[in-house]
Design a protein around this ligand. Structure first.
Ligand code: SF4
Ligand code: SF4
Ligand code: SF4
Length: 466
């Protein structure tokens, strides 16, 4: 009889199934794989269709009970029902979050990374929303700020350098705010849309292509971080790209798709929080008893503005803080925009910048975009900046986050509160005050929107291969 281990995904033939022969997980994680049953189950009537070449999500057909919950979730969260046209899938993984049998899960990358780390130097960087959810795997409350243990875990798993993607978020803010200032000064038509959520960008390409031209050209924080590591950090430490493996640790399955896009470089793999928990378990790491460790220099510091990128409204708030500074030369005094915080799906705010009224719109849970899309297209209101995040709550609700049992809104809210608290207590609240950001522009990028910044930190709205 053939068996599969749901922790490490190994398939094996054995008489003894008291534990997995590869990762030693207990028999609770082992189940029979019957080839005939597997093949019969290829035909699903209710399940959402996931193609073999989907970069973000995979399904174990042997576990699927064809309940259709994934399809309902896709419709509820993304407003999609694409039947056999799998090219419309956003790889966002929202369907993973509700699958009752764990048949759906992030496309595995961690086993490959584990293998690569045997011969290569490991460099990873962790997205803001990971540090407020990873603890849930170990019994901590949602929103518990676990940055120190997260760094320690990644060091234990074999990464030589562990960096903070909050640096990448701050860099995105610098470039995006500069782009917004130009957009406002030039009087460009229509709002500028945020670009850091790859599921939203793909949604726009598929469902509302007329909006694509108004999406910011900035790459996302992980893509900027990867580019800086390849072009600036590796030459600085005199290491060749082929001798390292660069890994983004994210709450997001769609990032697995993003790193395959043309023009995106520097990040080899994306590992989600769900995968990280499986990996830690496989390596027998006692997360609770890890002593806190710090991120490595050169990308150690993140501002409060970068941290809130992980929640709905955060990109907008962070971008406005720097936009205000670029337009007035002053620091914004009222940093928190209560109107764009919280889990209301569509939020609006206005800010006066030197007599110019800037209107912003924030949408999360992408299905909700349909409620305002006509308003935007018909210019019923003059919006200047629109933040769109595919997942409910933004990245705190990503498809690669720990599964939520119980009140999911409450958990997402608690994760967001963890980020808000960090912003509030951060010494540096503005991206332009982050010392690592100041240094990267002085030593390499020159200034936001420079030719070198455009070349490595911006993109055309290229087609998605998934
Ligand atoms: S939710 Fe999971 S078990 Fe149910 S149909 Fe979808 S993949 Fe299958
Ligand atoms: S990954 Fe997202 S878009 Fe694709 S089926 Fe799942 S919920 Fe729908
Ligand atoms: S909202 Fe965040 S986690 Fe969700 S798809 Fe977009 S980038 Fe990924």
């Amino acid at each position: 009889m053939k068996y599969r281990c749901s922790v490490c995904n190994a398939i094996f033939i054995s008489k003894d199934v008291s534990s997995c022969p590869f990762c030693f997980s207990s028999k609770d994680f082992i189940y029979e794989v019957d080839k005939e049953v597997n093949e019969q189950k290829e035909v699903f009537l209710n399940a959402v269709k996931i193609s073999e070449d989907n970069y973000g999500v995979m399904r174990d057909n042997t576990k699927c009970i064809d309940c259709g919950i994934c399809r309902e979730t896709c419709n509820l969260m993304c407003g999609l029902d694409f039947k056999n046209d799998t090219s419309r899938c956003l790889a966002c993984g929202q369907c993973i979050t509700t699958c009752p049998t764990n048949a759906l899960r992030p496309k595995d990358s961690y086993l490959r990374v584990k293998e690569l780390l045997k011969n290569k130097i490991g460099i990873c960087y962790t997205s803001p929303a990971v540090r407020v959810s990873i603890g849930e795997n170990y019994g901590y409350e949602a929103g518990s700020f676990m940055q120190g243990k997260l760094v320690a875990l990644l060091k234990k798993l074999g990464f030589k350098y562990v960096f903070d993607t909050t640096f990448g978020a701050d860099l995105t803010v610098m470039e995006e705010a500069t782009e917004l200032v130009n957009h406002l000064k030039n009087g460009d038509s229509g709002p500028m849309f945020s670009s850091c959520c790859p599921a939203w960008v793909k949604y726009a390409q598929n469902e509302c292509p007329e909006l694509v031209q108004n999406i910011s050209t900035c790459k996302s924080p992980i893509a900027m971080q990867g580019a800086i590591i390849e072009k600036y950090f590796l030459p600085k430490i005199n290491v060749r790209k082929e001798d390292v493996v660069t890994v983004a640790i994210t709450p997001c399955t769609a990032k697995k798709m993003e790193i395959k896009l043309e023009g995106i470089f520097g990040t080899d793999e994306v590992v989600t929080v769900l995968e990280l928990a499986s990996w830690a378990k496989m390596d027998g790491i006692d997360f609770k008893n890890l002593a806190d460790e710090e991120y490595d220099n050169l990308f150690k510091e993140g501002s409060g503005a970068g941290v809130i990128f992980g929640m709905t409204g955060g990109v907008c708030e962070a971008t406005l803080r720097t936009t205000y500074h670029l337009m007035t030369g002053k620091d914004l005094e009222q940093l928190v925009f209560e109107d764009v915080r919280g889990l209301k799906n569509v939020k609006e705010a206005s800010i006066d910048i030197d007599g110019f009224k800037v209107n912003v719109l924030v949408v999360h849970k992408i299905k909700e975009l349909s409620k305002v899309i006509e308003k935007i297209k018909l210019r019923e209101k003059d919006y200047h900046f629109v933040e769109v995040m595919n997942c409910e709550g933004g990245c705190v609700g990503g498809g690669g986050q720990p599964k939520i049992f119980g009140d999911s809104l409450k958990v997402k809210e608690a994760r967001a509160k963890g980020l808000e608290k960090r912003d509030l207590n951060n010494k540096v609240r503005f991206s332009y005050d982050n010392p690592d950001i100041i240094r990267i522009y002085q030593e390499y990028l020159e200034y936001p929107g420079s030719n070198v910044a455009k070349e490595i930190l911006h993109k055309c709205q290229e087609s998605v291969k998934n």
